[in-house]
Design a protein around this ligand. Sequence first.
Ligand SMILES: *Cc1c(COP(=O)(O)O)cnc(C)c1O
Length: 399
Amino acid sequence: MSTETEKLIQEGQAVVMNTYGRLPMALVKGEGSWVWDVEGNKYLDFVSGIAVNSLGHKHPEVVKAIQKQTEEILHTSNLYWIPNQIHLAKLLVENSFADKVFFCNSGAEANEGAIKLARKYAKAHYGNEKYEILSLKNSFHGRTLATLTATGQTKYQAGYEPLPEGFAYAELNNPDDLKQKITDKTAAVIIEPIQGEGGIIPAELDFLQTARKLCDEKGALLIFDEVQTGVGRTGKLFAHEWSSVKPDIMTLAKALGGGVPIGAMLAKDEVASAFKPGDHASTFGGNPLATAAGCAVLKVMLEEGFFEDVQEHAAYFKAELQKLADKYQTGEPVRGIGFLLGWPLAKLGPETVNACREKGLLINFAGGKALRFVPPINVSYEEIDRAVKILDDVFSSLW
Ligand SMILES: *Cc1c(COP(=O)(O)O)cnc(C)c1O
């Protein structure tokens, strides 16, 4: 390793809190599906800032919108109306089940808002005993105290006890377990249409349908956490569009700002009206800069034919990955939808990620279960072929 990276790592370790197991590299430039580190090495970026840079780096429309906004005003306040925020809310409402949007700055905050809204709604309509949030085992919903409690994995919760009360857990894709765990106390059920951090595990259609039916029977709200699956990642604007099931609340973040931090919580009017002025807020939420970026991202994705293109490229990539999985007999089939793909590996996950990096391909290993592929959704066939070739080389030497 050369001195510039080493120097950065030393400086970083001295002053940055030690919350991440970081790879020994620093990325400083990007264009499309490519990124460069401080040493000038070039990588194909199939991590995309963990499903954030879905239109690739430096997308001209996103850059233009941000530049234009910096010359006008960066931040005002939700004490006033914000034109870009209204435009982005309109785009989201016109293209989803929802009627109203609350803006914040991250996925955890969006889910925190969803949990608060669900509790307010349940109490207003059914009384004080309806407050429980039912989530799924192996899920991921964020790192605030409430969202890490909703996260159905004890490794994220250890050391933070006492955890907030009123959370329960059911098994993904087990309708009978869901039926047992949902009760009159349940205010909401929160589901990722595809578990992302948990290892790219899709919720099955009949499970989602059962969840919808049970929620309706019990007067509980159905929340879809589309922080990772949403905003084009699966080849539709929202992943739940692949099913016939609509939620009452949906959360977004990651790809929504094209790299600028933003989160959103969307709901039907009936539900959203449980919030009154003063009930929930965020200083930065939906600020002029973040929502300018969000509008640019959605405008690009909503262009005619955009998602058809994404779906064709993603189907090609998945088939190529499956060919490799067959060739090297790695076990379970490649899973996921669109460009949220997981290649399950029972062994050598971290080694594979490292070997790919050395050959110029960035991927990661999600949930200790599967290689995760989340390239920019406008990645080209040539770039896909390049990634597949690198994977082939790596597997032929490692397996
Ligand atoms: C990333 C993620 C979150 C948390 O988002 P942050 O912006 O890191 O707070 C929540 N839910 C899901 C499904 C995620 O993938």
